[in-house]
Design a protein around this ligand. Structure first.
Ligand code: SF4
Ligand code: SF4
Length: 426
């Protein structure tokens, strides 16, 4: 069975939503962040009082790393306010009062597009890596001419607990994902397209196995199977060198939702202004997989779903790598794969104890790091040695913290080391 070395087997808790077919969540007013990607926040191209249609451009930049931002409803712009995103970054948000007309300003669909036309459409439509990374897709798909890319890997592993949006997409929108993968393959001019899917999703493996030009690779169910470097190793046995990108070994990875969105940007003219989000966790009354417009506030979603009890924790993303939320004003973005309303029983609320040198964290680290040493050096402020022990290479998967018997907050510690090493250029 294809897999990577080390990793963990957390409880997957996917049964809560795996059989919930995709439904549309209605929306009221939206508060759309102008930063939904890795890079710089876009600048607004609308102002208070303007009327916008759904799918209309509302934020862009002239240059740099960015992805265009679109309105997800039609209505009047109520204002632009600087608030915090679900990732904790402050940026301008465009507030739009929904008039429920849902008039749309779409791109013209392309037929038989060239590689250049596809890439331009991906850029125009503001597509980003929708697995959670948010890397602007037009940049990833335009590697330097000196790099030869021969392999495209579509990531359908969905290894984070609770999340099932990609699973539902794979079984309900199989053909669009396959066609989206072909568009990506055309842009990159690759010889081989793989789709990696964990073997706890047999229906998705079966659905996508019917295409002769796309090879489905069943993967062992293990966390973090969908992490970029681990997925490349599992499928191709190529090892991406530390500090390098997949292009160094001739690969590009993209998530199934990204492939699906690219299909619709190219063939339906629809830019990226909504996505499938898994709503799960034992505190929520209504759970499932929903099409949610970007800019939909957490407060509205919480009210729509109804709470059986006060959630002990609300997370955007999965429980391993997602971000805890402390503000009900945060809004859904292009990278919000799930929103979890978790009870006390579903979270780790133990107090951290001292390291007992058991070595478990090192035994599960998929990057072969020794997290206990990085943590110890961070605690003493010795960031030179934290770097020496590979803080930079940490992918923040959380396997070490999950497995630590004394519940040391290893990821927070390593994240701090990475930040200081970067800021102080150590
Ligand atoms: S050190 Fe980083 S890469 Fe290794 S297990 Fe911990 S979070 Fe994951
Ligand atoms: S798992 Fe926890 S207690 Fe064990 S070595 Fe790592 S940090 Fe120390």
């Amino acid at each position: 069975m294809h897999t990577f070395k080390k990793g963990i087997h957390p409880p997957y808790n996917k049964d809560i939503t795996k059989d919930s077919s995709i439904k549309e969540m209605p929306v009221k007013d939206v508060t759309i962040p102008l930063l939904q990607h890795i890079g710089k926040a876009c600048e607004p191209v609308v102002k208070e009082g303007d009327y916008v249609k759904a799918a209309q451009l509302i934020g862009t930049l002239d240059k740099g790393m960015y992805a265009n931002i679109f309105s997800s409803v039609s209505g009047f712009v109520k204002g632009i306010k600087n608030i915090t995103t679900s990732n904790g970054q402050k940026c301008p948000h465009v507030v739009i009062e929904n008039d429920y007309k849902d008039d749309k300003l779409l791109f013209l669909p392309l037929s038989e597009p060239t590689a250049e036309q596809i890439l331009q459409r991906i850029k125009d439509a503001g597509i980003v890596g929708m697995g959670g990374a948010g890397f602007p897709a037009h940049i990833k798909l335009n590697p330097p001419k000196t790099k030869t890319i021969d392999t495209l890997i579509i990531n359908g592993s969905e290894c984070e607990p609770y999340i099932t949006c990609d699973y539902r997409l794979m079984i309900e929108h199989t053909a669009e994902i396959a066609e989206g993968a072909r568009l990506l393959g055309k842009v990159l001019n690759v010889k081989k397209i793989y789709i990696g899917i964990e073997n706890n999703k047999p229906a998705a493996i079966k659905a996508l196995s019917g295409y002769r030009d796309i090879e489905v690779v069943p993967l062992k169910t293990k966390y973090p199977q969908g992490a970029e470097k681990q997925l490349i190793y599992a499928i191709t046995k190529r090892t991406v060198p530390l500090g390098k990108l997949p292009m160094e070994v001739g690969c590009v990875n993209d998530n199934v939702h990204t492939a699906y969105s690219i299909y619709h940007a190219v063939y339906s003219g629809i830019p990226c202004y909504e996505r499938i989000v898994t709503i799960s966790g034992s505190a929520a009354d209504i759970t499932g997989n929903f099409i949610i417009k970007t800019g939909t506030p957490l407060s509205y979603i919480s009210e729509y779903c109804g709470m059986k009890e006060q959630p002990a924790k609300i997370i955007f993303g999965g429980p391993m790598m997602g971000a805890s939320q402390f503000n009900m004003d945060v809004a859904v973005s292009k990278t919000t794969s799930s929103i979890l309303f978790l009870t006390e029983n579903e979270i780790n609320n133990h107090l951290a104890g001292p390291c007992i040198n058991c070595g478990r964290c090192a035994r599960v680290c998929p990057m072969n790091l020794m997290p206990m040493f990085i943590d110890a050096y961070t605690l003493t402020g010795d960031f030179k040695n934290a770097k020496k022990y590979g803080a930079d290479a940490c992918i923040e998967c959380g396997c070490c913290a999950y497995t630590c018997p004394t519940k040391r907050p290893l990821v927070q510690s390593i994240r701090l080391a990475k930040k200081i090493v970067r800021e102080k250029k150590i």
